[in-house]
Write a protein that binds this ligand. Structure first.
Ligand code: NIG
Ligand code: FE
Length: 404
């Protein structure tokens, strides 16, 4: 068993609350020992134990790996033309999902797999060490089964979202489609899935249909999470809280009653800043949520329609700039908050016994993630103790120079 010591850390975010009330658990001049894929020790660099290998963080910041608790990474095609039209003034609508369904059905397993792995690599390079992936662009028994099966090849956090939108062939037969989802489609998908999700929104599924979907999933041992209040206020948050969902996601239009219900519950509200950015909707007020006592997570919602970014640093920057979060709150929401949204306590923290999912930044503090938007600040990522990025080459003639 070999041990890795990351030392000389200028600012270490542990997310383990300290006695002085700092829930972000920032340590300075710190070190972390990794053994066997787990964090073995955390403390002052001065007291660091010996190790087989040492990484000198040179005063830079270290944070837990990002936990991206909401994505739709298995799909064919893209919707760049739709984005372009939106930037010219057109409104986002749930119906656009159907064009990705057609493209996904026409894409082979092998091609979907290559694209999926490409997106996951993109995420890792930006500091993400856990990702939840939803189906929802198949919407037939065979296609949904393909999507959850492929997703399960790259993450244990797989969500069955057969109830993403009513497919074209079921237009005007929504309840029949729900019967399909909670019957044979669920039968085909349950074995590959941990979560059940539904898009509870005007243009997608009513609250009654959403309840049927979630209750059927729960009866099969899946755990509920819900897309709600993205395009307007609705009853999705109330339903999610009532059914004990781990998370309700979007929350762009929350009523005061929604906020009170969330604050009194174990349900996390997952904000998706990339969605408002790329649909040109108003940003939800994270300050209002946090001040009311709601647990808030941040995720990318990577998908070809409403948010085609895979960058947690980008989403953190938006959450700080436009949603009223402090940099420390946003980093917490993107790490420990995501872990809560997935009901995981082994990730999102840097503490003895946790998985060694660790990110070294090319910056002296986590604040730089929002302060230097768009700049690739991730230097190294360890997932389960394994370094995921090639070590940077420095000191050669070609680095730090544009003379050639
Ligand atoms: O989370 N809200 C529903 N589903 C996706 C959008 C999917 C799409 O537009 O293709 C979301 O934003
Ligand atoms: Fe989504």
């Amino acid at each position: 068993m070999s041990a890795l010591l990351i030392t000389n850390i200028g600012e270490l975010t542990t997310n383990v609350g300290s006695r002085d009330g700092d829930r972000f658990g920032a340590l300075h001049d710190a070190a972390v020992l990794v053994e066997d894929g787990r964090i073995a020790w955390v403390g002052s660099a001065l007291d660091a134990p010996a190790a087989d290998e040492t990484v000198d963080a040179r005063g830079h910041a270290v944070i837990p790996g990002f936990v991206d608790s909401h994505s739709h990474l298995v799909f064919g095609g893209d919707r760049a033309a739709e984005f372009e039209a939106r930037m010219a003034g057109q409104k986002y609508a749930a119906g656009g999902i159907r064009s990705t369904v057609a493209a996904t059905r026409a894409t082979s397993d092998d091609e979907l797999r290559v694209r999926l792995r490409g997106f996951v690599d993109e995420m890792i390079a930006q500091g993400t060490t856990t990702v939840e992936i939803k189906s929802g662009y198949g919407l037939s028994i065979d296609d949904e089964e393909r999507l959850v099966r492929l997703a399960a090849e790259v993450t244990p956090e797989v969500t069955f979202l057969g109830a993403h939108v009513i497919p074209a062939e079921y237009a005007d037969r929504a309840d029949e489609y729900v019967d399909l989802v909670i019957g044979p489609m669920l039968d085909a998908c349950a074995a590959h899935s941990k979560w059940i999700d539904v898009f509870c929104e005007t243009g997608a599924f009513t609250v009654e249909q959403s309840r049927r979907v979630l209750e059927a999933g729960i009866a099969r041992g899946l755990q509920p999470r819900v897309h709600a209040s993205q395009l307007g206020p609705g009853d999705g948050v109330r339903l999610a809280v009532e059914l004990g969902a781990a998370s309700v996601d979007h929350g762009t239009y929350l009523t005061d009653a929604d906020v009170l219900a969330l604050a009194a519950s174990d349900t996390v509200l997952t904000l998706l800043p990339g969605v408002e950015f790329s649909t040109r909707q108003s940003y939800p007020d994270a300050r209002r949520l946090i001040d009311a006592g709601v647990t808030v997570a941040i995720a990318c919602d990577t998908n070809p329609g409403s948010s085609f970014t895979s960058s947690m640093p980008f989403c953190i920057a938006i959450a700080v700039r436009d949603m009223g979060m402090t940099p420390a709150e946003a980093v917490w929401a993107a790490t420990a908050g995501g872990a809560r949204a997935l009901r995981r306590d082994d990730i999102g923290v840097i503490a003895a016994g946790a998985r060694a999912d660790v990110v070294l930044l090319k910056a002296t503090s986590r604040t730089h993630l929002a302060y230097r938007p768009g700049v690739p600040l991730v230097q190294q990522v360890w997932k389960h103790g394994v370094a995921m990025l090639d070590a940077p080459t420095t000191g050669t003639e070609d680095h730090g120079s544009l003379t050639r």
